[in-house]
Design a protein around this ligand. Structure first.
Ligand code: SME
Length: 159
């Protein structure tokens, strides 16, 4: 498998996000990741628009589960803990929410604005063990660019 050149992807995403509009930028970010990172079957945002609940946002892939409560699944764990969740095989996770039977590995990155949860970015892959620590660091850097380039205030729950 070819490994993405994440520093290059970061520069390309920075150039692509040429508006402050979070909706445009979130749609572009997941389309960009889906095109540039190999072996993914789903990439998308879940937004925190209600207390303790994630709402499906812009995504690429099959129609997905909505909503996801904070107490369930890998996305819920990321939202509760504010920690990235990197899972080699989701079938080993008891409360994993199976939206697509093809998904085996999952990477969920909390999107934080000034330390508060705005949402999460969820990546799914059909390949067990697809996401390495290098993928996590690379995708986290892309999420930082999305946050830096977007006006996210006035939308997340509680703001
Ligand atoms: N598998 C996720 C649910 C979201 S979908 O993969 C798009 C979870 O367990 O939180």
């Amino acid at each position: 498998m070819t490994h993405p050149d994440y520093p290059l992807l970061a520069r390309q995403l920075e150039a692509l996000l040429d508006t402050r509009d979070w909706l445009v930028n979130s749609a572009q970010t997941c389309a960009f990741i889906m095109q540039q990172v190999p072996n993914l079957n789903w990439v998308g945002f879940y937004l925190q628009r209600h207390p303790e609940l994630l709402t499906l946002g812009p995504f690429q892939g099959k129609p997905a589960c909505n909503p996801i409560p904070f107490h369930k699944g890998v996305c819920g764990a990321a939202a509760r803990s504010l920690q990235c969740q990197r899972i080699d095989d989701v079938h080993a996770i008891a409360d994993h929410i199976a939206c697509d039977a093809d998904s085996n590995a999952e990477l969920v990155i909390p999107v934080l604005v000034e330390g508060s949860l705005w949402g999460v970015l969820d990546l799914d892959s059909p390949l067990v063990g697809r996401f390495t620590a290098a993928d996590q660091a690379g995708i986290e850097a892309l999420v930082e660019i999305f946050v830096m380039k977007s006006d996210l205030s006035g939308f997340a729950f509680g703001q």
